[in-house]
Design a protein around this ligand. Structure first.
Ligand code: EPU
Length: 423
């Protein structure tokens, strides 16, 4: 196993290019199950998670080839409908094959993902939605066995809480259903808009993109098309926060700033200068000029502040000049990074879903040996390590490799001293 080693204390400078979004690539790749023919996906990041979903698609009978960041996935050979525990346990987004398999084959057997490091994360909303479309879902031996007696039937699906992958699964299932499906209280994340664009270019009929009410007129068949994965807003946000935390000055290139409305405001409130371009963010936070101010954050569904950038912002707040209150409302156990940040000298108290971060007024954290527990917790440790004095060793970096393409290369390009080493 590899660990990541960082010699901290250097402000980040230069330009970093953002990759395609993991959380858009996964549903778009799953959507290739909906139609035979060769689907072309551009700007696909090469990550542990995108490799996992390719293995899953292969296990269902699909073939694919990759050239740079372009993937050609042939949906013609689909013949199996079962996603094994072995694959689903390594990546819970594997449940995204449920919707398209049900739409195309009328049958899907997918292992239940189980809990993960950030919370219980049930899939009851997905199953409720499928049942509304006429699917019978049984739970047996750790698997969801879902069968539709005939073509799926359009219906109303209301989510108690807007679920991102839940919305994506029902969207994909409803494209080939008979009649109209209306998803109410749908999630509005930009990745869902990306999926809607792909489905529409395949011949689906969907209205309401960007809103919490999606109306899908089912069609009889879809055809393969070409799509582009949107830039990864969480990767962009992570680098933006890293530049701020190290007191650097850098450009986050190839991103879509309109997908990061809350982060830009929070950074500005923290005293960081942010220049917003069409496809870039320029973060100006040189040490002597910027004294990071304490800012409160509450995570919320889009366009609220993303839970996937909570841990990273907390790392920034450890260097602020006051007390920041961070409220995690999406997942019940997403403070696993706190104990590791404390090992680096951070002053953080947790009460349920609220963390109080007392900033060190510009005094850097100190490097330490820390452990990554999940993807975003890992990236907060990277930010802390970059801002800290001395050496930080982050073990279990396979978590980081799930969601950050070439993180060592990108950070080195910004002037950081960082490398991978055997544990
Ligand atoms: N929920 C339920 N029942 C369900 C589905 C969700 O109770 O059937 C609850 C969840 O437990 C959570 C809330 O609803 O409290 C929202 O969860 P959501 O379903 O939106 O999360 P998700 O679709 O499983 C996606 C991202 C996550 C991201 C969340 C929230 C993908 C592949 N994953 O997960 O990304 O944190 O939305 O924005 O899109 C990450 O990239 O590190 C990551 C965890």
């Amino acid at each position: 196993m590899k660990k990541l080693v960082i010699e901290g204390g250097k402000p980040l400078h230069g330009t970093v290019k953002i990759s395609g979004a993991k959380n858009a690539a996964l549903p778009l790749m799953a959507a290739t199950l909906l139609a035979p023919g060769v689907h072309i996906l551009n700007n696909v990041p090469d990550l542990r998670d995108t490799r996992t979903i390719l293995r899953l698609l292969e296990s269902l009978g699909l073939t694919w080839e990759r050239e740079g960041s372009t993937l050609r996935i042939d949906g013609t050979g689909l013949k199996y409908s079962e996603a094994s525990y072995e694959l689903v346990k390594t990546m819970r987004a594997s449940v995204l094959v449920l919707g398209p398999l049900l739409a195309r084959l009328g049958r899907a057997k997918v292992s239940l993902p189980g809990g993960c490091a950030i919370g219980a994360r049930p899939i009851n909303f997905h199953l409720m939605g499928f049942e509304q479309l006429g699917v019978q879902c049984d739970l047996e031996g750790g698997y969801v066995d879902a069968i539709s007696p005939g073509r799926l039937q359009g219906n109303n699906v209301y989510f108690d809480i807007p679920s991102v992958t839940g919305t994506e699964n029902i969207l994909m299932a409803a494209t080939l259903a008979e009649g109209t499906t209306i998803i109410k209280n749908a999630a509005k994340e930009p990745e869902i808009g990306n999926l809607i664009d792909m489905l529409c270019s395949m011949g689906a009929n969907i209205e309401g993109k960007g809103s919490d009410r999606l109306e899908i007129q089912g069609v009889e068949k879809l055809t393969a098309a070409e799509s582009r994965i949107i830039p990864d807003r969480i990767e962009a946000g992570t680098y933006a926060i890293a530049v701020a935390a190290t007191g650097g000055d850098a450009i986050i290139q190839n991103c879509d700033p309109s997908h990061l409305p809350s982060l830009v405001d929070k950074l500005r409130l923290a005293g960081v200068e942010v220049e917003v371009g069409e496809d870039f963010l320029h973060i100006l936070a040189e040490e002597k000029k910027t004294q990071i101010k304490a800012v409160d954050v509450t995570t919320l569904p889009y366009p609220g502040y993303p839970t996937d950038l909570q841990a990273q912002f907390m790392a920034l707040m450890t260097g602020s000049n006051g007390v920041s209150v961070i409220h995690e409302t999406i997942f019940e156990n997403r403070f696993m990074h706190v104990a590791e940040l404390q090992r680096m000298g951070a002053d953080i108290k947790i009460d349920g879903r609220i963390a109080m971060v007392k900033g060190r007024s510009g005094l850097p954290l100190t490097g330490a040996q820390v452990m990554a527990t999940d993807l975003r917790a890992s990236s907060s440790l990277v930010i802390a390590g970059l801002a800290a004095s001395g050496r930080t060793d982050i073990s279990r970096i396979y978590h980081l490799e799930r969601g950050y393409e070439d993180i060592v290369g990108k950070l080195s390009g910004l002037g950081a001293t960082v490398w991978k080493e055997d544990e």
